[in-house]
Ligand binder design. Structure first.
Ligand SMILES: [Fe+2]
Length: 357
């Protein structure tokens, strides 16, 4: 250790001060210290700074390229046969936004994606196919396009396809958040599929029907419902649309909720489903949660920070945090969206701004 006594450096002539400071910075670096005043503006920014870019993945490309992977590796060999949708602003980091992973998974007829569990929570938004299932905590849920399936923290899950056609879905996971806290755990099970103890739809019937099994905890951390089916959710936004309950920015929109306490479906990720009438021209909006959108029906554009993203069925696109955006819709359309808003709200940092300045 060198002396802890501060070296007295009286401010010298201006042309000397930089050299004196630099010598000081080098000296304190040897003690693993560095001056805040040199980095203050970049670590405490006046407004959100994001490396995520607005980006769209067209479903034609997704399907063609994901299908090609089917000939290269089996689902079991890959454990999960997924192509990562990687934000071009953050290549090599397996992220769609700074806090969310997104990927498209495919299961071919007869394949299984073996049982495992992890601390990261996951959701699936089904894009294509019918008759494949996700088994979560003993319930095997068959999936159809537009279904929203959740796999909570540490819930054992596996997937299988008993149909005659490939099935593709969007996976979104919170592992960038879990890894930020350096708190990830995962484990594989010795058997490919878990035994099922509940029937398809049990969790929705038990917990999403206005009654609850006796003894259900009042404040579960995540929703007990495994599959929020499109068949059940779509008619609700259609009713809202017909009733004129249409937000000027977000359309006729519902939030997927934990039916027990009204909270988000997962502590780290929140999702919405919105229907827009033909000709909708949305007002601009921004919020601090970077959002992944999926078009479930229709055709339109979303303008993000001046960039126009043209979308159609099953295209996936990203609106980065605090980028001003608006939706314009040609024909009646449905957009699914998911973001890290629940995490930000829990931490008290989420902000939105609805009016342009
Ligand atoms: Fe998983």
């Amino acid at each position: 250790m060198t002396s802890a006594t501060a070296t007295q450096t009286s401010p010298g002539p201006k042309h000397n001060i930089e050299a004196i400071r630099e010598e000081y910075y080098q000296r304190i670096a040897k003690h693993d210290m560095t001056p805040l005043w040199k980095v203050m503006a970049s670590v405490v920014t006046k407004e959100p700074v994001t490396r995520a870019a607005p980006v769209i993945w067209k479903y034609d490309d997704i399907k063609r390229l994901v299908m090609e992977s089917g000939g290269l590796i089996t689902a079991e060999e890959a454990e999960r046969r997924v192509l990562i949708l990687e934000n071009p602003g953050m290549r090599g980091q397996s992220k769609a936004t700074n806090t969310l992973f997104a990927g498209v998974q495919m299961i071919l007829p007869g394949e299984v994606a073996p049982a495992h569990r992890h601390v990261s929570s996951a959701i699936r938004f089904v894009l294509d196919g019918a008759g494949a299932y996700t088994a979560v905590e003993g319930e095997k849920s068959y999936m159809a396009p537009g279904d929203f399936v959740i796999t909570a923290n540490w819930a054992p899950h596996d997937h299988g396809n008993t149909s005659e056609q490939p099935m593709l879905w969007l996976d979104v996971l919170d592992f960038p958040q879990v890894n930020f806290f350096e708190a990830s755990f995962a484990e594989q099970f010795g058997h490919a599929t878990q035994s099922t103890s509940r029937a398809d739809g049990d969790s929705l019937a038990f917990y999403g029907s206005g009654v609850l099994p006796d003894g259900t905890p009042a404040r579960p951390n995540s929703s007990p419902v495994i599959n929020y089916t499109y068949a059940r959710t779509r008619p609700i936004i259609e009713r809202m649309l017909k009733a004129g309950d249409i937000d000027k920015r977000h359309g006729a929109r519902v939030r997927y909720a934990n039916p027990i306490n009204g909270g988000p479906v997962l502590p780290t990720m929140g999702a919405n489903l919105a229907m827009f009438p033909a000709g909708f021209k949305g007002e601009s909006y921004r919020a601090t949660d970077g959002t992944i959108f999926v078009c479930a029906e229709g055709k339109g554009t979303t303008t993000v920070d001046g960039q126009v993203l043209e979308w159609g069925p099953w295209d996936v696109f990203v609106v980065p945090p605090w980028k001003r955006y608006s939706h314009q819709v040609e024909k009646q359309s449905v957009l699914f969206s998911i973001s890290d808003r629940p995490s930000q709200e829990a931490l008290g940092i989420w902000r939105e701004e609805a009016t342009a300045h």
